[in-house]
Design a protein around this ligand. Sequence first.
Ligand code: SAH
Ligand code: SF4
Ligand code: F3S
Length: 446
Amino acid sequence: MTESTRPTVYIETYGCQMNVSDSELMLGKMVASGYDEADAPDNADVILLNTCAIRDHAEQRVIGRLGEMKSKMKKDAVVGVTGCMAQRLGPQILKRAKHVSLVIGPDGYRSLPLLVENARRGVRATATDFDLEEHYEDFKPRRFDKVKAWVPVQRGCDYRCTYCIVPTTRGPERSRQLDEVVRETREIVAEGMSEVVLLGQTVNSYTDGIHDFADLLRAVGAVDGVKRLRFTSPHPNDFSDCVIAAMAETEAVCEHVHLPMQSGSSRTLRRMLRRYSREGYFECVDRLRTAMPGLAMTTDIIVGFPGETEEDFLETLSAVREVGFDDAYTFKFSAREGTPATRMPESDTISDEVASERLARLIDTVRSGTRERNLGALGERREVLIEKQARRGGLLQARTRDFKTVIIPGEIDMIGTYATVELTGTTGSTFTGAVVRERVSLPMAV
Ligand code: SAH
Ligand code: SF4
Ligand code: F3S
């Protein structure tokens, strides 16, 4: 068979890195089953939307996109909806969108090629059973990023934060075997990459029955060629002393932690069932910073959670200032069907107007903190990994170990390499930098 006669598949990904990683696994599986990758939906034989259900907005985008596809796609193309929205809505999607013929949840991707073949013959199907053994170990992911590799180490979530749909869409928590993660890491290094990002919803609660997250960090960090090791997202309650010690002692572990706080009010945290208080969160940050001086911290915050008072919200603002986050992803609460938060009294609902106004104040507070910290870093030298071309001006986008974006001049062939840069300017959120030619320092004669 010549290349051109192979059918093509196009995958569009929404949501978190876990979904990106799942898309890489799906694409790998489809390529292994005889498909070529298409970079646009227009001419693809199979179109997959790998979806997110975290907020209503995420689902609305997918619904809009599905509508758009109808007029754009090839007449006989197979359209599939996968991921968290597929899991949440299941057969309802087939009912509502007649041009969709596949609905597959996060544990069903093993059946993807078969269901696609059936769909090409006109058989529509839903596959949304959870499979607690499924880690897709025999799949060979086709990675979209050529510089850093996403490595899922845990699927599902056993927490029950009252606002969150993830336990419903991804099922119970389970971890991969440490050996499998190490094997994948070796393959990643052999492919020429040196940064690994371990993924899980509460990644630091990882356990394969024998090894915990501390063991995993040490084992992955010990793989020859791994220069940068990151993980997302940890939960404050799962940062044991052992895990923190492993972070500090493993050279590859980067000086950055993304630690979702959600709220700075203990009352709200309790209602969110986050299982820590404001003080508990601060204590976790202190333990991390004591073990790793200079550690950068980013976070996730929700405003407008049911029952959040102005006072609660002010506590969130003061917590943002007190921790001194390097950055924060901020969200307006979105009610998700079936989650405990939807069963709170109607009178607790925060109007969109109030939530929007709080979000704006929160963003201001986060930005001014980030700006102040970034101004303070000007003139410093940092090691960066050059990730990709910047959006503008023929420049390159690079990243420091502590997760700052630095825009530098340079040639495309520098992508994937390391350099030392001086931070010369900042927009407030990102930096511009100049590459510093490093002098080889010879040990002084005694
Ligand atoms: N497992 C991760 C978070 C995954 S979801 C953790 O526990 O940290 C990513 C972020 O989306 C969350 O941290 C939260 O800030 C936000 N989020 C989740 N559900 C939401 C909802 N119903 N409305 C608004 N934001 C939400
Ligand atoms: Fe959702 Fe909470 Fe689980 Fe994170 S820890 S995925 S916020 S339930
Ligand atoms: Fe969205 Fe599912 Fe991730 S709901 S945030 S894609 S786990």
